[in-house]
Design a protein. Sequence first.
Lengths: 496, 493
Amino acid sequence: VTTLESTVDIASRYDPVIGLETHVELGTVSKMFCGCPTTFGAEPNTQVCPVCLGLPGSLPVPNEAAIESTIRIGLALHCDIASWCRFARKNYFYPDMPKNFQISQYDEPLCTDGYLDVTVEGRTVRVEIERVHLEEDTGKSLHVGGATGRIHGADHSLVDYNRAGIPLVEIVTRPVTGTGALAPEVGRIYVTELRELLRSLGVSDVRMEQGSLRCDVNVSLSPAGSGVWGTRSETKNVNSLRSVERAIRYEMSRQAELLDRGGRVVQETRHFHEDNGRTTPGRSKEEATDYRYFPEPDLVPVAPDAAWVDRLRTTLPELPAERRARLARELGATDFEMESMANAGVVELVAATAAAGAPADEARNWWLGYLTQKANAAEIEPADLAIDPAQVARVVALVEDGTLSVGLARQAVDGVLETGADVDTVVAERGLRRVSDVDALAAAVDEAIAAQPDVAEKIRGGKVSAAGALVGAVMKATRGQADAKTVRELILQKLS
Amino acid sequence: MDLTRMTAAELGAAIAAGETSAVEVTQAHLDRIAAVDDRVHAFLHVDTDGALAAARAVDERRGDGQPLGPLAGVPLALKDVIVTRGVPTTVGSRILEGWIPPYDATVTTKLHEAGIVVLGKTNMDEFAMGSSTENSAYGPSHNPWDLDRVPGGSSGGSSAAVAAFTAPLGIGTDTGGSIRQPAAVTGIVGHKPTYGGVSRFGLVAFSSSLDQAGPFARTVLDAALLHEAMAGHDPMDSTSIDAPVPPVVAAARQGGTGDLTGLRVGVVRELSGQGYEPGVEAVTREALARLEKLGATVHEVSCPSFGYALPAYYLIAPSECSSNLARFDAVRYGLRVGDDGVRSLEEVMSLTREAGFGPEVKRRIILGTYALSSGYYDAYYGQAQKVRTLISRDFAAAFETADVLVSPATPTVAFPIGERANDPLAMYAADLCTLPASLAGLPAISVPSGLSEGLPVGLQVMAPALADDRCYRVAAALEADRGRPLTEEAPAL
């Protein structure tokens, strides 16, 4: 596939079915089954012990905080919470998995049968959640040598076990059908919404670029209206929101082209490439690994009683959807405006800016407009810009009280983004204050009149519209700091 | 006074009283090891320096006037399946040859805290899979009663050490009988505690839902003292029971009075008959008569599901072992074969496992891998778990009319080395009597009940969960009735 066919065209021939498996590293202080710290970025193999290294004789002891976080996630996703469930061993070999089995959950997950509603282009799609379960993360391998960066063909491999045993929650959707051409966006917005939810719960730092939120994307196509599902591909470790959308778009296009030619989609794992937006085959699931799941005999069952679950329910914060509904009221925003803000990832930023004193419309205009442009240019999220809502509110206030023009305000924002200093410092240091002092402007006006006597003569002759040329000259001379209205009045006054 | 002939209780008292020192006691046992262990081969590793240092520490504490526990300074033989920081732990396997654990098992820590002197690590069937120590990668141990016979297994090194008077105390682990069977065939006391009674943290796993460490000694009281020192809740083992240790020492002392008045003893009908040696059955009948003489009432009980214990066990234990042993892959520790920079990870792993695991371990890994496979799980592992439930129900029903259940601890006396080595099913049958209590997680003791043709026979006493004290009480009463430990009758080495 070289150029991607539009999803609208694909959806006219095929019904896409998508499914998402999201892995979330929990932000607990210690690991899932031992007391080792979970700090990101430590020197390799410094946060390890006999348990997370799987040394002979070591035993796991479950982290209660991780179980509580999982239950809270389940509750926030409207799931049923199991009153009794067990961990299971998932047996397979890989050098970064110390025991050569992963403690996970199999047929008895902690949470089942929930949903998350997402809004795409004004339409609400209910994404059903099949299960939320808890497991331990593996270590991290670096395969050195070889062309692919994978274990096959590598000269040697380095393994860091710091990540081994960090609690990992897996959230699995049921197949999402009926979204047609919107499927890629539904995928992205679902993950966006899920990330917001997890962030609001405070259970994870949900940083996709650090791998604390990772996504596998399943895509299949069925002939339009047939109701017969096609064979799916499973694209692993799609590590940004944008990539979720791109991966689904690519897979739809790839599979459509295959099927158009009478080809067959192979059930397989695929890898997504951030650089070119394509997926390539990994291992084939048709020679499927038999994980030989069985109940983990080293752990006693987890039996969350009703009182425990009820107590956890009381710890749920206002969830993003509820919060957005409230904010929409408070900000006086329409559904369309809310969706725009949500898609741009600025709802909280706008709310915080408004809370810091800016009128809601102004706050929204700044974040959806100039600041989103800035974020896009820098290829970061608006929230990661080096300006906070309080500073944006200050900019708005300075425009309102006439200290800054809109143009100056943008320069001030640029200064904050460049230097990290606060707005008032940038305004003072760069001399951005709008000049409306008549005495200070008089000289510049006199110069402009002297420089363009013909224009001045026209104005004197009653052609007031010609004043624009002189205003422009003054503005240029004052590097935009003059108040255009004052300049105009001054010019007319002097030439009347 | 020969320090090696004394009981652990006597040694502890003598050390505490200053009549001897821990170093003297330790040295006497090290000397005994040097004198006889070339014939017995109970030890894989004798930690002379570590043992003497631990003994000196006990003597210093005594010198400083600090109180000493009842077993402080008493030597012990530790099965090589329990990890010891800085001391080799091989689990009887080539695959862990040369591995020096960087941490101590909870049991090891408790031994240190009690001032017990670990003489060394004892031989065992590889990964605790076997009933004779013939599956050890380092050669078999020999039964001190008859050096041509096995000392039982898998904890045969520890049972042989205690029976050979190279240690007054030993620690074994029991998955399907690996404490009780070796205790029975070497004429000593061996107790498998209630599952969860002793921490498994640092016990190299064979079958996690069955493995349990427990004491060996020549007397019931010594076994109880060691049980008390090693048991108790451990937050590092989530299957460890958060309950007080049963009053086993008090029970051993009470039983030592020889009075069992009012005790209801159930004799398990299914643990007799075909496959049981007449000599073993005769000694067992005689033991039952003695229990009645001591005031107990004896009646027969039926546990029909016990007949399925052996097949159920040989699905559950291999299944769990196939997963537990997956970590031995040549990547992080232990043996690595064929790593020439050219061979792939898989090839090195395969060569290492081929060379590092013995035939019985391979057999069980393959059995278990098969039993857990997709499509077979329900028929094998799932079915075996149901049998486990049925066995537990049989026990529950039997305990409605009996305070303890008894049976022979083994169907036969110690068999000759080599006799069953190539007949796995005959070897598996050595655990016929011990498997039900293992599968149900119940406490069970083997206490010497007499001799058959000059070889020891053990009586198994089983009790409800956390009623380990009942096992000790009955065992102590039988021992008191005999008058002296059976090992006093063993031939000199």
